[in-house]
Design a protein around this ligand. Structure first.
Ligand SMILES: Cc1ncc(C[n+]2csc(CCOP(=O)(O)OP(=O)(O)O)c2C)c(N)n1
Length: 278
């Protein structure tokens, strides 16, 4: 992948935001007593780079028709998305404390009809690529130049509908569709390799005629470079295969399926925050 130039202050700022998003996400999960820390923490740099630099959005106009769309297809990782939306001004930061409240705007899984800035309701895994492809077709037919970014999980790729969407996007040459695979190699209760092997991942997407970029998903420079590079694709959708670590940033959560969907106790939360502060 060609090297793009980004000012060091930008990279440092995005790293810092990723740290803050992780802390916010764990705080939300701890206070609520439920949530999905593993897959939230693995996506922190990706969300930071998208929401605090790359996406063409206007938080004051969440329905602006030519905004870039972002779909958190792995909707269970909402704890990393909501703090980013709040920090960008889609809703007050204090509202994060209402996460999951019945009737509230910030639901456990993303709800497009309730939360400003959410472009697709998610939670039932698998649908982001197909809906993203639809949004991209809509852009082309309406003469709009927005792009659609879809964050998917590796466990999520076990859903057959992922591959239906992948075929469709290639058929229509949707270069305005960018999938980001959070390849943390662990799903709900075990390792991908044991439950349903996904390898060879790169060759799979290649055989579906997608443009492939492979990065370290915790390296903000590589994340930014890959997003820039994806924007240059002609006639092919792009998948950014982001190698990540489930639970990244908290040693006792890293790589552990146990932390897929469990809230930290008071003691665990304290230890986690100490690590994140380093
Ligand atoms: C259609 C569907 N099947 C099963 C589930 C239950 N479920 C929630 S998260 C998850 C594992 C997802 O793993 P992965 O995509 O790797 O997510 P990550 O590791 O990034 O959190 C499963 C099976 C679901 N939400 N939707």
């Amino acid at each position: 992948m060609p090297n793009h130039s980004h000012p060091p202050e930008l990279l440092a700022g995005l790293r810092q935001i990723a740290r803050e998003l992780r802390a916010e996400a764990l705080g939300m999960i701890h206070r609520r007593g439920q949530g999905h820390p593993g897959g939230a923490l693995s996506a922190a740099e990706i969300i930071s780079a998208l929401y605090f630099h790359h996406l063409r959005i206007k938080p004051e106009m969440p329905d602006w028709e030519n905004r870039d769309r972002f779909i958190l297809s792995k909707g269970h990782a909402s704890a990393i998305l909501y703090p980013a939306l709040a920090k960008r001004g889609y809703f007050p930061v204090e509202e994060l404390d209402t996460w999951g409240n019945i009737g509230g705007r910030i639901q456990g899984h993303p709800d497009r009809l309730k939360t400003p800035g959410v472009d697709m309701s998610a939670g039932c895994l698998g649908h982001g690529i197909s809906i993203g492809a639809g949004l991209c077709l809509a852009a082309l037919t309406r003469g709009l130049d927005y792009r659609t970014y879809v964050l998917i999980g590796d466990g999520e790729c076990q859903s057959g509908i992922i591959w239906e969407g992948v075929m469709l996007a290639a058929k229509y040459g949707l270069s305005n569709l960018i999938a980001i695979l959070d390849y943390n190699r662990v799903q709900l209760d075990g390792r991908i390799d044991e439950i349903m092997p996904l390898e060879p991942v790169r060759e799979k997407w290649q055989s579906f005629n997608w443009n492939i970029i492979e990065i370290d998903g915790h390296n903000v420079k590589e994340v930014l470079d890959s997003l820039d590079e994806a924007g240059k694709s002609k006639g092919k959708p792009t998948v950014i295969i982001a190698h990540t670590v489930k639970g990244k940033g908290v040693s006792f959560m890293e790589g552990e399926a146990e932390w897929h969907g469990k809230a930290p106790s008071a003691d665990e939360y304290e230890r986690a925050m100490e690590e994140l502060a380093k």
